[in-house]
Write a protein that binds this ligand. Structure first.
Ligand code: HEM
Length: 517
């Protein structure tokens, strides 16, 4: 069973990374000798001349696609062959069961995914983000207030992942679950602790479950084993179900995800025509495809557990990703003082133009340099170092040089995001943090398919607008009040956490907040 795929690449006209039984080509990752970001970069650089090469993820054959044209072909044009991610999260065979991971949009497959994407897509448009923006401002203003008090107590150095994880948890509580939580003043509140627990993939049980899903997916499915921690799932399920009940009985309407999902459950959530201003979008924003734009609703209404699972997606896909994006952005702003100063200038100009009014969604969207800085940070420190697809129908690849081969049904495709983002033919001098790559003049030169922090095609990140709004709002508020300064504990260059975990720093990012006046 373990070696049955070993000869898979032998007849194919593409190179293959060395591999060994069970470990495949990922031994160093599995044994925590390398960070996933560095791993993706190193394998991408291994075969500089080819468009595709093979490797093994444990026992499974993987095609790593290096070529942007082929990436677009697979993820957009011939999407019907590659609709799903790898089946490593469980499925939604029993729509009412408490095994929630398999019910999230990320894990759903085929028609269930198409229906859910079309159902959820109207909840993530610019107009819906605008409705949630006040809650984001409230959370980010709360953070600044908290650190202002801390400065008065002469406590000025902070570990940024901790700072931003708490912010992200408070935003999720407010925007997804309709709760007010203060994870700064109550650092051990149950929402924050259970949220952390939910996404802690370094716990040995979770790691073993993740590996077992890669090696014996059929068995894990049969046993209904959920990657989410059961106790934490129940904690959040209870919140969602109780909130839903209270809102139904008291007629409460609040502009948050629970409300939108309750509407979706009744088939009432419709895509609205966007107002003109919303056309100013972050460069990194992932655009919705026809699948998401389709007005077709699912044949069956959402079940209670499916609704709960979509709220949990904020933890699965939008907690660590956003906190890490912010942590690495803060790191770059701290060590690139010129960039920080230029961004601060734009913040002051925006503040002046607002004439005392609080920051608005539109004003934030119009901050060009902010968008350049965030875009560059997502290039250099992509929170998702790679993404994948599984081939659901045999697919013949024909390259211009006459090379031809088949990606067989069941094989995995990797899109090595971190590798592409550091390829000097697309981003010269890739180690340099240079927001100018994304200036209005320069961004036109970026080749489609080479900048994909939120993925690509119909299966791209549904939450990119939410993520960008959340990131920009806190950067605006914090930098307005404090400058970020390096201390003896700021590690330069930053070291990354090793193992299967997504982008994360090994020793934290320590930064001093110095009040501006
Ligand atoms: C900086 C933060 C984030 C980054 C870098 C990021 C990145 C990604 C990437 C690379 C994918 C896979 C796309 C593909 O395979 O083509 C993805 C999928 C997804 N993301 Fe995000 N994400 C972020 C924040 C969020 C947030 C805040 C949410 C909120 C709900 C979210 C929800 C999702 C969902 C639901 C999917 C699966 C979509 C589907 O399968 O249809 N993400 N994200």
């Amino acid at each position: 069973y373990v070696t049955r795929n070993n000869r898979y690449f032998e007849g194919k006209p593409i190179p293959c990374l060395p591999f060994e039984p069970l470990f495949g080509s990922t031994r160093h990752l599995l044994l925590r000798k390398v960070a996933s970001h560095d791993f993706m970069r190193s394998i991408y650089d291994r075969f500089k001349e080819v468009k595709v090469f093979g490797m093994f993820d444990l026992i499974n054959p993987v095609f790593v696609v290096r070529d942007p044209e082929l990436i677009k072909q697979i993820t957009v044009k011939d999407f019907d062959h590659f609709v799903n991610h790898r089946p490593i999260f469980g499925s939604n065979l029993d729509r009412d069961s408490i095994a929630l991971f398999g019910k999230t949009l990320f894990a759903l497959s085929d028609q269930q995914w198409r229906d859910m994407r079309a159902t959820l897509s109207p909840a993530f448009t610019g107009s819906k983000m605008r409705l949630m923006f006040d809650q984001i401002v409230q959370c980010s203003a709360g953070v600044v207030e908290y650190y202002r008090e801390k400065v008065n107590q002469s406590d000025e150095e902070h570990e940024m992942k901790d700072v931003f994880s708490r912010y992200t948890a408070d935003v999720i509580a407010s925007c997804a679950f309709g709760l007010q939580v203060d994870s700064y003043r109550e650092p051990t509140n149950a929402f924050y602790i259970n949220g952390k627990r939910m996404i802690d993939f370094t716990r040995i049980q979770t790691l073993l479950k993740a590996i077992s899903y890669r090696v014996f997916p059929w068995l894990m499915e049969k046993l209904e084993i959920d990657l989410f921690d059961r106790e934490a799932s129940l904690f959040f399920a209870k919140i969602v179900l109780e909130t839903e009940k209270t809102r139904e009985t008291s007629g409460i309407v609040r502009p948050d995800m629970i409300h939108l999902l309750m509407q979706a459950k009744k088939g009432l959530l419709k895509r609205q025509k966007e107002r003109d201003e919303s056309h100013v979008e972050g460069f990194a924003t992932a655009q919705e495809s026809e699948v998401g734009m389709s007005s077709a609703q699912a044949n069956e209404p959402l079940t209670q557990m499916e609704l709960v699972a979509q709220c949990l997606i904020f933890f699965l896909a939008g907690f660590d990703t956003v906190a890490n994006c912010l942590t690495f952005l803060a790191y770059e702003l701290t060590i690139n003082r010129d960039v920080q100063d230029q961004l601060y200038e734009e913040i002051c100009a925006t503040e002046d133009a607002l004439q005392g009014k609080p920051i608005s969604y539109e004003a934030l969207q119009h901050m060009k340099y902010m968008d350049m800085v965030v875009s560059e940070s997502l290039r250099k420190w992509s929170p998702a170092p790679s993404t994948d697809r599984i081939c659901t129908r045999d697919y013949v690849v024909r390259l211009e040089n006459g090379v031809e081969f088949t990606i067989d049904k069941g094989a995995i495709v990797f899109l090595p995001i971190a590798g592409i983002h550091y390829d000097p033919q697309y981003f010269p001098n890739p180690e340099k943090f240079d927001p100018e790559r994304f200036s209005e003049r320069n961004r036109e030169k970026i080749i489609p398919g080479t900048y994909v922090p939120f993925g690509i095609g119909p299966r791209n990140c549904i939450g990119s607008r939410f993520a960008l709004m959340e990131v920009k709002a806190i950067v605006y508020q914090l930098l307005k009040e404090f400058s970020f300064e390096q201390t003896s504990r700021t590690e330069v260059p930053i070291r990354l956490q090793k193992g299967f975990v997504a982008l994360n720093s090994e020793n934290g990012v320590h930064v001093k907040f110095t009040p501006r006046n």
